[in-house]
Design a binder for this molecule. Structure first.
Ligand SMILES: Nc1nc(=O)c2c([nH]1)NC[C@@H]1CN(c3ccc(C(=O)N[C@@H](CCC(=O)O)C(=O)O)cc3)C=[N+]21
Length: 296
């Protein structure tokens, strides 16, 4: 079998068009456009690339982008002061502090300082708790993007066996909560799981988010499984001195067994940015006391 390639890039482009269409009605009612503030501390080149692409996508959707670049030696107190200012700024609906942060800064303290109603990353404990108990809040962008792709591919997920590989607070745990909310039978596997291939072989849905290049092989999969590859690993390329991106799934062997699979790049990554904009538009509508548009 040769699996369908799930085109996250195309789905994300469609979502971004729907978001752009939700901006003018918001502006007509409030006199302003939804705003996203992104805070980058330090000069990590990969982080700088993501921050640039977030800013570009925000402006393309007709929204306001506020970028705050702080030096690598910024103190925690100074960063918290920036977050406080953004919390109070009515033009800012969403706040994203790019992770990881330099070692003098405690990430949990900074995340806890973000107004949960502007926490478009969904990293604040208030939002993790809301997701866990089924209240309205903000869901982390990567797992929400994965769920959108799965529902687009499969429709109803009820009763399916789902295996999430990875237990991080930003992907694995919220992904499992979302799948549970869709009435899947959910297993969270991780680095200490005994006989991981046997666990993965039970799954109708596999979400791989472990950060190990091409770890999941085709012979780990049940025939016809749908595979979502969250990994973005930079590895040496074919040519000397060049690098390439690969996922946590060995695409070539997995595509022989799966019914559908996301590629890397062009799968989950573009969805993460589109959902960040989605969460920002939803935050703007909620903060204005307006019902968020359908279909976002
Ligand atoms: N507070 C916070 N929130 C984040 O959401 C966050 C963060 N910090 N820190 C860094 C990671 C990384 N991240 C990505 C977003 C898009 C792509 C993406 O679009 N990737 C492209 C490839 C891009 C390339 O070529 O490098 C793709 O998969 O097709 C990747 C990675 C968000 N992050």
């Amino acid at each position: 079998m040769s699996a369908d390639r799930i085109d996250g890039k195309a789905f994300a482009a469609g979502l971004r068009e729907r978001l752009a269409a939700a901006v003018p009605p918001f502006q007509a009612k409030t006199g302003r456009v939804p705003g996203l503030a992104v805070v980058l501390v330090g000069e990590d080149p990969a982080s700088a690339v993501y921050v640039r692409s977030k800013g570009k996508a925000t402006i393309e959707a007709g929204m306001a982008s506020f970028e705050h670049k702080l030096p690598a030696d910024t103190s925690q107190a100074d960063l918290l002061a920036v977050v406080e200012r953004l919390n109070r700024d009515d033009a800012v609906d969403g706040i994203l502090v790019q992770l990881p942060l330099p070692k003098q800064i405690d990430e949990q303290t900074v995340i806890a300082a973000i107004d949960p109603d502007k926490d478009v990353d969904g990293f604040h404990v208030a939002n993790a708790g809301r997701l866990a108990v089924g209240q309205q809040g903000f869901v982390p962008c990567t797992p929400l993007g994965c769920l959108m792709l799965l529902k687009d591919k499969l429709g109803n997920l009820s009763g399916k066996e789902a295996v999430v590989i990875g237990r991080s607070n930003i992907v694995g745990k919220p992904m499992a909560q979302l799948l549970l909310g869709e009435n899947c039978t959910v297993t969270i596997a991780h680095s200490r799981t005994a006989d991981l291939p046997a666990v993965v072989r039970r799954a109708d849905i596999v979400v791989a988010a472990v950060g190990r290049p091409e770890m999941v092989k085709g012979d780990w999969l049940k025939a016809g499984a749908v595979v979502i590859d969250v990994g973005i690993n930079r590895v040496p390329g074919a040519e000397e001195g060049k690098t390439k991106l690969v996922g946590d799934v060995d695409y070539a062997s997995a595509a022989e067994v799966a019914s559908a699979i996301t590629p890397v790049p062009g799968g989950v990554g573009p969805m993460t940015i589109a959902v960040l904009l989605r969460n920002t538009v939803v935050a703007a509508y909620r903060r204005a006391g307006l019902p968020a548009p359908e279909g976002l």
